[in-house]
Every structure is written in structure tokens, then in C-alpha cells.
Design a binder for this molecule. Structure first.
Ligand code: FPP
Length: 246
């Protein structure tokens, strides 16, 4: 990535030498965004998906290495079937387009969560997207689908228990456990952003977010564009990260 490209979309006061390597986002507020405009909630998800593309492109352009977004949680299945169907449809559409744009965008895409229960067409697209984008290493976008932080930790514990029972391992460090999670091998997010006004993690990256800076904003996800990402990064750059020290 040339510095010129980074400079083009980054404001002057953003320090490009101390960017977070990994940003994670809870994209909340699609439903309210639509309701405020007298539109069906699904229209908000559609705008939310478009906005995700804008934000992902911007993050790549300024030099963020990893972007992880919460697109569908293990709890989201309790939404009305029509809304679940719309979100799955939007994801399919997004992946078709992502595959078409792959050569140009050069973004590696990964999916965190139990995708085995998703509709067959979506599963196939996920597999194709991961396979085709495997070769890119500039920016990695992780989409959390049927993801839950507790489920992630339970799976990690199960995988450790199996290795332990088989006599393959007899100790467990922080790093070894992290490697068993969906995000295995990635740095933890330094910054977690939640749009839409709520101030909670809602089962998102519970292990990985242990030391993340948490940025909450009332702005609804479809309105959370480049300027808002820049503002969140600027806020992060003003934080003093002590990791339990002084
Ligand atoms: C939360 O807003 C949003 C979701 C549960 C779905 C997020 C899905 C997308 C942005 C579309 C597809 C994603 C990608 C990555 C292409 P909400 O419905 O809870 O809003 P509310 O709090 O206002 O009701």
C-alpha cells in the first residue's frame, strides 16, 4: 500500500504509524435506522451491508490489517424468520459481489462461527470466498456468522480437552488457547467499536477483547461511515494502554 493512497483517505490528524492492527465492529442500529425513515427493518440491513463495504474499503486503504465484524450472532436466530432470511440473502449477495471484485480489492476473507448450519448456497459461497481470497495478505476481513463468544471459548476448550485426553498436550498457555479459537493466529483487536447506542459486548469476542479499547457511539450503523471510523481511531490513539501495569 503506497503512502499516497493511505494519505488520500485518512485525515491529517490520524497517526498512520500507530494505527490499531485489528479493529472489530458490532454493527448495531440497522433496524432503528430504517424505522426512523418509515422503512421496513430489512431496508436497514440492506443499507448496513452497503455501509460495511464502505467501511471495509476505507480500513484497507488506511492500512488496517484485520477487520472483524459481527454480522449474525448465535442469538440472532430468534429474530422473525423473514428478517433472518433477508440477512442471509444480503450476505449471499455480498459474497457474490465480493468474489467478482476480488482481483481488484485483494482482501483476504475469513468467516468465524459455526457456518455448518447456514443455508447450503451460503455455505458454498463462504467456501469459495475463503479459497479464492486465501492468497491475499494485505488486509483480512473476518465476518462473524452464527458466532458467539461463549461458543468460541467452549469449542476451544473442547479441542484442548481432546488433545489432553489423547496425551498430546499437558499444559495450556494463554497463547495456546487463543490459537484454538476462530481467530487463531491473529492479534487480538486493539479497538472494538459498537454503533447504535448500546454499551455492551453482546457475546462478541469475549476472550479476544480482554484488553480491547471499547468505543461506543449512538450513531446507527448505516450512518457510521469513513469519518466515524477515523474519529474512533483518533479516540483510540488518545488512549493510554497499560495492560494492567501503571
Ligand atoms: C444489528 O442491527 C445488525 C444485525 C444483527 C445484522 C447485521 C447485518 C448486516 C449489516 C448485513 C449483512 C452483513 C454483511 C457483512 C454483508 P439491529 O437489527 O439489531 O438494529 P436495531 O438495534 O436498530 O434493531
Amino acid at each position: 500500500m503506497s503512502l499516497w493512497r493511505k494519505r488520500k483517505s485518512a485525515p491529517r490528524d490520524l497517526d498512520l504509524k500507530s494505527l490499531p492492527r485489528h479493529i472489530a465492529i458490532i454493527m448495531d442500529g440497522n433496524g432503528r435506522w430504517a424505522q426512523q425513515r418509515g422503512l421496513p427493518r430489512t431496508a436497514g440491513h440492506s443499507r448496513g451491508a452497503e455501509n460495511f463495504r464502505t467501511v471495509a474499503t476505507h480500513c484497507k486503504e488506511i492500512g488496517i490489517e484485520y477487520l472483524t465484524v459481527y454480522a449474525f450472532s448465535t442469538e440472532n436466530w430468534s429474530r422473525p424468520p423473514k428478517e433472518v432470511e433477508t440477512i442471509m440473502g444480503l450476505l449471499e449477495k455480498y459474497l457474490y459481489e465480493a468474489i467478482e471484485r476480488m482481483e481488484r480489492d485483494k482482501v483476504k476473507m475469513k468467516f468465524f462461527g459455526d457456518v455448518s448450519v447456514l443455508p447450503k448456497k451460503l455455505r458454498e459461497l463462504i467456501e469459495r470466498t475463503e479459497l479464492i481470497s486465501e492468497k491475499y495478505d494485505g488486509c483480512q476481513v473476518n465476518i462473524c456468522l452464527n458466532y458467539g463468544g461463549r461458543d468460541d471459548i467452549i469449542r476451544g476448550a473442547q479441542s484442548y480437552a481432546e488433545d489432553f485426553a489423547a496425551g498430546n498436550i499437558n499444559s495450556l498457555t494463554d497463547g495456546e488457547f487463543s490459537a484454538r479459537l476462530y481467530s487463531g493466529g491473529l492479534p487480538d483487536p486493539e479497538l472494538i467499536i459498537r454503533s447504535g447506542g448500546e454499551k455492551r459486548l453482546s457475546n462478541f469476542l469475549l476472550w479476544q477483547g480482554a484488553y480491547s479499547e471499547l468505543y461506543f457511539t449512538d450513531i446507527l450503523w448505516p450512518d457510521f461511515g469513513k469519518d466515524e471510523i477515523n474519529a474512533a481511531i483518533l479516540w483510540y490513539q488518545g488512549r493510554n494502554r497499560r495492560f494492567g501495569g501503571v
